[in-house]
Structure formats: structure tokens, C-alpha cells
Design a protein around this ligand. Structure first.
Ligand SMILES: [Fe+2]
Ligand SMILES: [Fe+2]
Length: 264
């Protein structure tokens, strides 16, 4: 089974540019057109948070207009730029099972389930995962008879990019306790937020993050403050076969420019 992931779209109002220079709407439109051309088509697409920039209903309407062209179902995830009230107004019917006031839900996909988690601290960019959210996850994993793929907006590992990093040991403590209790039924975890593909191991599980469809976070381990880059945006495909998770990262630039080398 194939699951696609795109992330951190940072959609602004129609006609506006994110950060005064990034045409995030055009970039998401391109990402959707690439996903629609994939053969075979993934079963669904995870949109791993920061769907919009400022959390307004106008931005969510703009996001929905663009993503509405996608041929596959999509799973929206709460990011720190999202707002729970506007998110629910936009996607309420898609996120039943939610652990209110947090937006956590489950979707079956083939012989696994995808568990969408909410790591947002309302009004803050800092991640959190409290006892209430952990209890919900414990219940969901305990009740399931199939493997789970967990999705968070914030990476659950230290990224090494200092200005973006949070103390993961501190904010993931409730999460790691639940994962410890259910590790054998979890095939891996993925995230967004860091606007860059990173692959590592956390909680003794394969963990990764997905590039943004818009701007990337510069690969600079020492910058004391924010630096974005306009390198190529990307997406990921998670291939799940016989309980093995394999993650592919691909560029959205020139993705559809394949050629046959025998015809050179
Ligand atoms: Fe983001
Ligand atoms: Fe974020």
C-alpha cells in the first residue's frame, strides 16, 4: 500500500504571498497536480500540518479550493499555524473520533490504521502532548488489532537545526510512555513542521519528517535565528508491505520530466 505525504503548505489569502515572497498556493497546486499523476495512485494523502499561515477562515477556504482537485482522500493534521476552531469548521466531518478539544483521529488504510495526533499548543509554536492526548492514543492503540502508523506535526526527535529544536525528551514524555506500551503494533512515525526530509530512529521506531510544498528550513545547524531556503519543495511516499515501512522522498521540481535513456 502507498500513502503519500505533503506538508506545511502555509496557504495565505488569494493573491497574497507567504512572507511577502512565497507563492505557496501555486506551489500546493503544483504538488496536487504531481500527486494526481502518480502511478499507481496512493491510497490517501497525509497533509501534515501548517495547512495555512494565519488560521483565518479565508485561508482555509483557499486551501480547500486547491486540495479539492486532489483525486485521493486527504487527512488534515493540526500544525502550529492552524487554529482548532477554524480547522474544525473546515474539516469537521472528516475528523470524527476526535479527542476534543484536541484534533486526533484514526483512518483505516488497507491492513493498517493511520493515527493522526495533535501536538499543538494553542497560541504557541511550541509542541505539547499532554496526559489527555496520551490517554486517547493508549485507548486507540489498545483497541486495535492492526498495525498503526502515527502522524504528528512536530517531529518527535531532535532535528539538530538549533533554532527549530525543542526539548523532545520533555514534551514527548507522555507520548513515549504510550509508544513503549504498544511498540510492537506501531510500524513507524512521521511528521512535518521542520520543512525538510529527515530520517532517524526514535522510541526504537523509524521516524521521519516531510519537506514542505512551499519554502524549506535551511540546512544550517548553527544559525541562532530563523533561516528559510527556496530549495526545491518535495513530498514523500510511504510504502507499507508485509509490516515493513519504506519511505521515499521526492522533489516536486521536474518530477514529471522522466525520459528513456535508451533514446539518447
Ligand atoms: Fe510549517
Ligand atoms: Fe509548524
Amino acid at each position: 500500500m502507498l500513502i503519500a505525504q505533503i506538508s506545511d503548505h502555509h496557504i495565505v489569502a488569494p493573491g497574497a504571498l507567504a512572507y511577502g515572497r512565497i507563492d505557496s498556493a501555486a506551489m500546493l497546486r503544483h504538488a496536487v497536480s504531481v500527486l494526481n499523476e502518480l502511478r499507481p495512485q496512493p491510497s490517501l494523502v497525509i497533509c501534515s500540518g501548517d495547512l495555512i499561515e494565519n488560521g483565518t477562515s479565508e485561508e482555509y477556504a483557499h486551501f480547500k479550493e486547491i486540495i479539492g482537485v486532489l483525486k485521493m482522500p486527504f487527512l488534515p493534521v493540526m500544525g502550529n499555524h492552524d487554529r482548532r476552531d477554524e480547522f474544525l469548521a473546515a474539516f469537521g466531518s472528516q475528523v470524527q473520533n476526535s479527542s476534543e478539544p484536541f484534533i486526533q483521529y484514526v483512518r483505516p488504510a488497507g491492513d493498517i490504521q493511520i493515527v493522526i495526533l495533535d501536538t499543538v499548543t494553542e497560541g504557541s509554536g511550541r509542541p505539547s502532548f499532554c496526559a489527555d492526548r496520551a490517554r486517547w492514543l493508549d485507548r486507540i492503540l489498545g483497541a486495535s488489532t492492526c498495525p498503526s502508523f502515527l502522524v504528528t506535526h512536530h517531529p518527535v526527535f531532535p532535528t539538530g537545526i538549533e533554532w527549530m529544536d525543542e526539548d523532545t525528551q520533555e514534551w514527548t514524555s507522555f507520548l513515549s510512555d504510550v509508544v513503549d506500551d504498544h511498540r510492537s503494533s506501531i510500524i513507524g512515525m512521521t511528521s512535518g513542521h521542520i520543512h525538510r526530509a529527515i530520517h532517524t530512529r526514535t522510541f526504537d521506531l523509524a521516524t521521519s519528517s516531510c519537506p514542505s510544498t512551499a519554502h524549506q528550513v535551511a540546512l544550517d545547524f548553527e544559525s541562532p535565528g530563523p533561516i528559510f531556503s527556496q530549495e526545491a519543495p518535495g513530498f514523500q511516499i510511504h510504502r507499507i508491505e508485509s509490516g515493513r515501512l519504506t519511505t521515499y522522498t521526492a522533489s516536486l521540481e521536474r518530477f514529471l520530466s522522466g525520459f528513456d535513456p535508451r533514446q539518447a
